[in-house]
Design a protein around this ligand. Structure first.
Ligand code: UDP
Ligand code: MG
Length: 359
């Protein structure tokens, strides 16, 4: 068996026959199987799938009773799969079946994982509103921040992908929710990942099950993988360094204002720079010690990058601070603290993605 395609379904009675027919046509020259994993759909998709077997002998059906989770459905499908290459796709025709063949070719040519990607050149989304697009982009950004291993891929949130069996054979996959590809990217063993552009088509029949629970599950899933792969430690270290920097910042601000008699906004310029330097030194020694290139020149380069990234800290902190104090009469040290919080979020994102970007 060359290829096993796992298709999770929930109430896809209207879509399944069309999909099966298309896949049969596209892959007619390949030895493959189609594993339909159905969580006991009320519309009896599992029964329809059984009936389709007669005309399409490549179908296998797994009906799960009392479970309702897309990603464990996919894992159960993997367990049943016999192919050397595994694929996952949706049943609702949003993933173009004709791409299966080009994705399979890429695997034959040496890719370990091929992602059907909406966000590379040639990729597209047909139907989504601006809000849904923005949400998806934001979710992708979160994945890129918390799971560095997903950065090799522009669309790690895709539900359409293919991989060699050996990629996941030893991995302990433990997903919740929708995004099984995140697990594969974070825990699989592979070296070559490629993206095949796809058009994410409009859902014509049936309805999407995306809702708020799914989104919360996504956040839980992300944090869990981040723990399991230890990447969360970096966020915590960065926060600890930042906290120390807060004391440096406020301490110098206080000394220059109260003892040297500077205007508080002038003191802020010096105190911010002092905390930038102390933060840099500690992050370099501790938070990102695994990501350093050796040598003094490289050190200077990182220091300059860190300072560039930190530049917006000055206006950001000073505007928040000035506004809070001058308009709302907030005590200047408290105003500074609130300003620093905004700066923290910006700094972490920019520095992980640039200053200490993975080598
Ligand atoms: N699905 C599933 N179990 C669920 C929810 C969805 O097997 O609990 C299947 C669904 O039938 C489809 C795929 O997962 O094949 C993607 O679901 P959906 O279209 O609702 O997600 P969206 O495309 O809106 O992200
Ligand atoms: Mg869909």
């Amino acid at each position: 068996m060359k290829l096993s395609i796992v298709i999770p379904t929930y109430n896809e009675r209207e879509n399944l026959p069309i999909l099966v027919k298309e896949i049969g046509k596209v892959l007619r020259d390949l030895e493959f199987e189609l594993i339909i994993v159905d969580d006991d759909s009320p519309d009896k998709t599992w029964k329809l799938a059984e009936e389709l077997k007669e005309d399409y002998p490549f179908i296998k059906v797994l009906r799960r009773i009392g479970k309702r989770d897309l990603s464990t459905a996919v894992l159960d499908g993997f367990k049943k799969a016999k192919g050397d290459v595994l694929a996952v796709m949706d049943a609702d025709l949003q993933h173009p079946p004709e791409k299966l063949i080009s994705m399979y070719r890429r695997i034959e040519e040496g890719a370990d994982i091929v992602v059907g990607s909406r966000y590379v050149a040639g990729g597209e989304i047909e139907e989504w509103s601006a809000i849904r697009k923005l949400y998806s982009k934001f979710a992708t950004l979160l994945a890129h921040i918390f799971l560095p291993s997903t950065r090799a891929v522009k669309d790690p949130m895709s539900g359409f992908f293919m991989c060699k069996r050996k990629v996941i054979e030893r991995a302990e996959l433990n997903p919740i929710g929708y995004k099984i590809l995140l697990e594969v990217l974070a825990k699989g063993s592979y070296s070559r990942v490629e993206e095949e552009p796809i058009t994410f088509r409009k859902r014509e029949k049936g309805k999407s099950s995306l809702n708020a629970t799914v989104q919360i599950k996504y956040l839980r899933h992300l944090l869990r993988i981040s723990w399991e792969t230890k990447e969360i430690h970096r966020v915590l270290k960065f926060a600890a360094v930042g906290l120390f920097g807060v004391f440096v910042n406020l301490g110098i601000l206080w000394m220059l204002t109260e003892i040297a008699g500077f205007h508080y906004l002038l003191s802020a310029i010096f105190s911010i720079e002092a905390s930038i330097i102390s933060n840099f030194v500690m992050n370099d020694i501790w938070t990102f010690r695994d990501r350093k290139k050796e040598g003094f020149v490289e050190w200077i380069r990182r220091m300059v990058k860190f300072n560039i990234v930190s530049l917006p800290s000055f206006p950001m902190q000073m505007i928040v601070m000035g506004a809070l104090k001058e308009i709302f009469g907030v005590y200047y040290l408290l105003a500074a603290l609130i300003g620093i919080f905004f700066v923290f979020v910006w700094n972490f994102v920019a520095n992980t993605l640039w200053t200490w970007k993975e080598v």
